[in-house]
Design a protein around this ligand. Structure first.
Ligand code: URA
Ligand code: ZN
Length: 363
């Protein structure tokens, strides 16, 4: 049996340097109150001047960029292979004229890191989404020829207007043409106002537990409503965090669409593919949902053959510094065990077999 982690991040040294040279979100810096330990401040709203520096962002150390520590984490948690990806907010914030070169450098660095551990590391590349379309398409083509790359990771902002933007069509076309999977991951959450005036008291809980999955859910629903999968019927998307809340809400989305008089009048209901069809043919879900209940919803929506184990390392480390095993990882392992009590084959597929097949990993 092989265990593959498809949701595991790195911030390569080039990227860390970029953040260290910035003073607005996203940035990395030390604060007088926190001594030598640098903090990484990346989420919208994390930089509120009313938030004490000790609660701003998260402490960041070499576990975020040192690939040897990724391998050590994999060994501790019995993970054979990791498909690493740059974490949020990727290159979304870069000026248009810089993004293309930075993307090339980071993708080359990550591919190189993979080559140091043959058979243990693969990667999702990153795209220069603020650059002109032809630069983005060229990077997709370059990535498709790189030995360890198995797709790309993006957030929900697209070219700035979200993933239902028709200007993304050449990008979707290039990804489909190269059978390059999109790993779709949240970053922006919901407008700060929904978290309320007491949000600061609750650390990162509201943006991470609610903002992230709801952002993903809305982004994918917009893709669906704009007909992305009607135009690109072979475009494949791996959705983070078991699809946000999509498996639970799919029936409601489908019902609202088929009862919408405006969409009907515009002819948008004719020949459209139902969400359930897209779940079974275009969507994969990771198993980063930390409970049997959510995992079962994911299995029901897309199938046990389309579900892939992940950890979200290096995020969600144990709060007790001395712990070596991460509870955030064992919770996901336990959920898989509990979801398939009678079906060892399905559990093994979710843990690694599906990833080997879907991402064409050499074993
Ligand atoms: N927090 C983040 O900013 N990104 C993740 O992937 C997980 C937690
Ligand atoms: Zn993640």
């Amino acid at each position: 049996m092989v265990v593959v982690d498809v949701h595991t991040h790195v911030y390569p040294p080039t990227y860390v340097e970029l953040l260290r040279n910035r003073s607005s979100v996203p940035y990395i810096r030390t604060f007088p109150e926190t001594g030598d330990v640098a903090r990484m401040v990346i989420l919208p709203g994390e930089d509120d001047p009313n938030t004490p520096s000790t609660a701003r962002g998260r402490p960041v150390g070499s576990e975020y960029w040192d690939i040897a520590q990724k391998i050590a984490f994999m060994d501790t948690h019995k993970i054979d292979v990791s498909v690493i990806s740059l974490a949020n907010p990727w290159l979304d914030f870069l000026p248009s004229n810089e993004a293309g070169d930075v993307a090339q450098k980071i993708n080359d660095d990550v591919n190189d890191q993979c080559s140091k551990y043959p058979g243990r590391l693969y990667a999702f590349g990153t795209l220069p989404l603020s650059a002109p379309i032809d630069v983005i398409v060229k990077e997709i083509e370059r990535l498709s020829k790189m030995k360890y790359m198995r797709g790309i990771i993006i957030g929900t902002s697209g070219l700035g207007q979200g993933l239902d933007d028709l200007k993304l069509d050449p990008i979707y076309a290039a990804l489909e043409k190269h059978s390059s999977l999109i790993f779709l991951h949240p970053h922006y959450g919901l407008p700060q106002s929904v978290y309320g005036p007491r949000a600061n008291e609750y650390g990162h809980v509201l943006p991470l537990a609610m903002g992230f999955p709801l952002e993903t859910t809305i982004a994918v629903t917009r893709m669906l409503l704009s007909g992305v999968w009607d135009r690109f019927q072979n475009l494949e998307v791996l959705i983070a965090h078991s699809g946000g809340t999509l498996p639970f809400l799919a029936g409601r989305i489908e019902s609202c669409v088929s009862h919408d008089a405006h969409m009907k009048k515009e002819g948008k209901l004719e020949g459209r593919r139902p969400i359930w069809d897209i779940f079974k043919k275009n969507i994969y879900l990771d198993a980063v949902i930390y409970s049997e209940v959510g995992l079962k919803a994911a299995v029901e929506a897309s199938g046990a053959d389309r579900l892939l184990f992940g950890t979200d390392h290096p995020f969600f480390p144990p709060l007790e510094e001395e712990a070596t095993k991460w509870e955030s990882v064992s919770t996901n392992y336990s959920a898989i065990e509990a979801a398939f009590p009678q079906d060892d084959k399905a559990a093994k597929d979710v843990l690694g077999g599906n990833a080997v097949r879907i991402l064409r990993l050499e074993q």
